[in-house]
Design a protein around this ligand. Structure first.
Ligand SMILES: C[S@@+](CC[C@H](N)C(=O)[O-])C[C@H]1O[C@@H](n2cnc3c(N)ncnc32)[C@H](O)[C@@H]1O
Length: 267
């Protein structure tokens, strides 16, 4: 039986519709019926005007933090390359954050779920020690027909038929990068258990994938290592998986980005 989850957008819409209906009943029907009740119409229009900003409120309870509040060692300089093509990939500030995290952490072993064109992989390779190894897992287009979970992810549909790894293939940095292929839900992570200094979760944004990828990230990370999730605040499946993690662990959203971060205890 697949685990159900309440899509947060639907929940937000239903809550908003219920409160709007309550306000309409109160100010348009009940109060105007009282003697001198015309003021109620003015109050109603004030509610309507207040409604728009309320709808834009943040949907997650995961706190926002500056990167140096989570990892104080990130006060350093790093090379970052602007990516002009933003569809399905990371922003300039996200590339900056991942570069800072690599420079501060100096990870020897990194695992990325979701390569796409490899913009993030490239920045990791650029900012890690020479002998670091970066494993990056992606789907081949022909593997899409044998996935464990159903895929309705619009973001993925846009990026799955791409030139996987094009941003690092053929560059000197590709010697640090190991390509892995397969569905992250059925991929065998056992050889990587407890071995990784840094894990990036940026594969499918569907909830069952985000949940399983998160479980694999928590299994493969070393004590003191760092897990990063991308798109957590814009993909409801990723947000829901992370809200569950955040009940038991410290998770933060990095300011001005779609990155969420967790530093594993220990060391
Ligand atoms: C949003 S993109 C990743 C962006 C990338 N990290 C970057 O920096 O540009 C998602 C990637 O995950 C891959 N992907 C989607 N579903 C997957 C699955 N079930 N298993 C493995 N990879 C998957 C897609 O092929 C795509 O390359």
């Amino acid at each position: 039986m697949p685990e159900r989850y309440p899509p947060s957008e639907l929940r937000t819409t239903l809550n908003a519709a219920a409160s709007a209906l309550g306000i309409i009943l109160k100010y348009m029907v009940l109060l105007p019926l009282r003697p001198g009740g015309s003021w109620a119409i003015k109050r109603f229009s004030r509610h309507v005007r207040a409604f728009a900003p309320a709808r834009q409120a943040r949907k997650t309870r995961i706190p926002i933090a500056a990167i140096d509040e989570v990892l104080p060692q990130t006060a350093c300089q790093v090379p970052v390359y602007q990516q002009l093509e933003r569809k399905g990939t990371t922003s300039y500030i996200e590339n900056y954050y991942i570069s800072l995290i690599c420079a501060a952490l100096r990870p020897q072993r990194v695992f990325e779920i979701g390569t796409f064109q490899g913009g993030t992989t490239y920045h990791i390779a650029l900012n890690t020690p020479d002998d670091a190894v970066i494993y990056t897992l992606d789907l081949k287009p022909e593997q899409v027909s044998v996935l464990k979970y159903e895929k309705k992810d619009r973001l993925d549909e846009e990026v799955i038929h791409h030139s996987s790894g094009a941003k690092f293939e053929g560059t000197p940095l590709s010697r640090k990068i190991v390509r892995l292929w397969g569905d992250s839900a059925t991929f065998d992570f056992s050889a990587f258990r407890g071995q990784m200094d840094l894990v990036l979760v940026d594969g499918s944004h569907e909830y069952p994938y985000a949940r399983d990828d998160t479980a694999h990230a928590l299994e493969t990370i070393k004590p003191g290592g760092v897990i990063i999730w991308h798109d957590f605040d814009i993909a409801p499946g990723v947000s829901y998986a992370l809200e569950k993690v955040a009940r038991e662990r410290d998770v933060y959203q990095l300011r001005d980005s779609s990155y969420a971060i967790h530093v594993a205890k220990g060391k």
